[in-house]
Design a protein around this ligand. Structure first.
Ligand code: FAD
Ligand code: SF4
Length: 509
């Protein structure tokens, strides 16, 4: 009987994939924890632990169903630590006749697998990962004759195609988007709910990683690892979200507060990005829950959540495949500064950054507005090189995989793509951060001051950013007004001098 070797990558933990619909004794599945993947960037320790635990659980559940699995832990002596060497070794020594893989989500691995297949002495083939709502090429084809890729147009197409919150061809409530209703600061602590944490001991795993000498960042409490690492746990997170968080998701999705790291966010990104659950089942479940609880949950909450998944998430994937590999080198503003060291320690006097970075180091998690309007905003205003910013985001978050990290970081957050993902840079002064929550209440800097001792760095850096990039931004119709305001300001030189002072002392802020 001809023997087939099938590769399952660490972010391909999709139990519902058609590969697994029947037991086939001629097929062996290969899964491996490897230095190739732990070392291409310094990952957060919780990310490495989370991936390995989820992979092990996945392998165990396949085995229990009767599939043949070859699983190499990081410390297995026969582990060659790279895909190429492991696959070649197995083909040589175990007599496989055919090799198959699922389309990877990263350009790096896509190239690598093509190269490996081209050099194998046996035949090979690839199949879809059966996770996303669209193919890799869909977005590029959809906007074929258009100059820009508008997320909203794409999102509406997804709503229609998958019949989500629709009444025939029209949106259910006559309105597509409730973004304007979803920008509140959280004023009442009592609204907060307890997160569902899947606490477990991971001492053995952390010891193995440490012993192997893998360089990681961030913190872990080996007694209290809290991320979901199985399909069952991921589904529990989804249920918990529907029952306790959905009712306030949209309203407070942009809130910034020291009270709680998760607020009403779902914590589903790790489960989604490893494919333990699928985007379609998430949105269908949320939609169904809302239909049954319409008297308690407003449409704005549900639409806001669904847009993140079938809109932004799917759109980012389309952008990635439409624009890679060039995307990874884009630097529209020509920024070249180094990321301050305190991004790796959280030791800064700026409270919003101290909180957002500290939380990221502690939990491998920050919610969207912390990533976009605190850390990302600062990096853009300070002119940090997008490569530096990318490496930080790619390492620190449990959900960081390049296809969704780089499009959000280089694209949405740093505008290094010159406006492929977003129509204007997401920058703000202290005004926005103060309006969205309580960070400024406990800060060494004064959010109301633009210049002088103790003035908030965001304020002068904000105007410095616009002034230094005037040529590149002035013609953008969404920005023109900023320049009219700037031109009327009487203390321009003072503001620019203040910003220069801060730019020259980034490490000390
Ligand atoms: P929720 O707020 O509950 O949202 C629900 C789901 O919607 C998320 O789980 C996610 O799958 C999806 N989603 C929401 N916003 C986006 C978005 N902009 N792009 C893609 N999917 C989205 N997300 C990642 O999954 N991996 C990353 O590496 C990543 N890097 C980011 C870097 C920057 C600079 C920014 C601004 C955003 C980044 N995001 C990334 C998007 C977003 O911040 C996270 O998906 C979200 O914070 C995860 O937490 P959650 O599951 O509680 O999300
Ligand atoms: Fe951040 Fe400025 Fe507010 Fe301090 S005052 S928390 S630095 S925005």
């Amino acid at each position: 009987m001809p023997k087939t070797l099938r590769l399952v990558l660490g972010d391909q933990l999709n139990q519902q994939h058609s590969w697994f619909s029947k037991i086939d004794n001629s097929v062996t599945y290969l899964m491996m924890e490897m230095r190739q993947e732990t070392d291409y960037v310094s990952h957060h320790i919780q990310k490495v632990v989370g991936f390995f635990l989820a992979m092990r659980d996945f392998a165990k559940s396949l085995q229990a169903k009767g599939h043949q699995i070859l699983y190499f832990t990081l410390d297995t002596p026969q582990n060659r630590q790279t895909l190429k060497e492991q696959i070649e070794y197995l083909i040589q020594n175990q007599g496989f006749d055919h090799f198959e893989y699922q389309l990877p989500d990263e350009y790096r691995l896509d190239q690598l697998l093509k190269e490996i297949c081209a050099s194998l002495p046996i035949s090979s083939s690839k199949v879809d990962s059966e996770h996303f709502l669209t193919s890799r090429e869909f977005l590029k084809d959809f906007f074929k004759r258009k100059k820009t890729y508008l997320m909203e147009t794409f999102y509406r197409e997804m709503r229609r195609t998958y019949d989500i919150l629709m009444d025939g061809k029209e949106p259910l409530t006559g309105q597509w988007n409730y973004d304007h209703d979803n920008r509140q600061a959280l004023k009442d602590k009592k609204l907060l709910k307890k997160p569902l944490l899947h606490l477990r001991q991971v001492n053995e795993m952390t010891e193995m990683i440490e012993k192997a000498g893998v360089k990681t960042i961030g913190k872990i409490d080996p007694e209290l690892f809290s991320w979901p690492v199985s399909r069952e746990e991921s589904l529990e997170i989804l249920d918990h979200f529907c029952e306790h968080l959905l009712a306030n998701f949209g309203a407070y999705q942009d809130a910034l507060t020291t009270w709680d790291p998760y607020l009403f966010h779902s914590r589903l990104s790790f489960s989604l990005n490893t494919k333990m659950i699928s985007p379609l089942e998430v949105v269908q479940k949320v939609e169904k829950y809302w239909y049954a609880h319409q008297n308690q949950i407003s449409i704005a909450q549900v639409e806001g959540f669904i847009r993140q998944i079938i809109g932004w998430r799917e759109y980012m994937r389309g952008i990635y495949w439409a624009k890679m590999p060039e995307f990874a080198d884009m630097n529209f503003f020509g920024h070249d500064r180094k990321l301050p060291d305190w991004f790796w320690t959280g030791k800064t006097k700026m409270n919003c950054l101290k909180e957002s970075i500290g939380q990221s180091l502690d939990l491998a998690y920050a919610h969207h507005i912390q990533r976009l309007m605190v850390t990302g905003n600062f990096a853009l205003l300070a002119g940090i090189h997008p490569d530096e910013v990318d490496l930080w985001y790619l390492g620190i978050y449990i959900d960081a995989i390049e296809w969704v990290e780089i499009t959000n970081t280089r694209g949405m957050s740093q505008f290094a793509d010159g406006g492929i993902v977003g129509t204007k840079p997401y920058v703000s002064s202290a005004n926005y951060i103060k309006k969205q929550g309580n960070y400024c209440d406990h800060c060494a800097y004064d959010s109301a001051k633009k210049t002088g001792h103790g003035s908030c760095p965001f304020n002068s850096l904000y105007w410095h950013f616009y002034a230094r990039n005037r040529e590149k931004l002035e013609k953008n119709p969404r920005i023109g007004m900023m320049y009219r305001t700037w031109d009327k300001m009487s203390n321009q030189q003072e503001v620019l001098d203040q910003a220069e002072y801060y730019l020259n002392s980034l490490e000390n802020l």
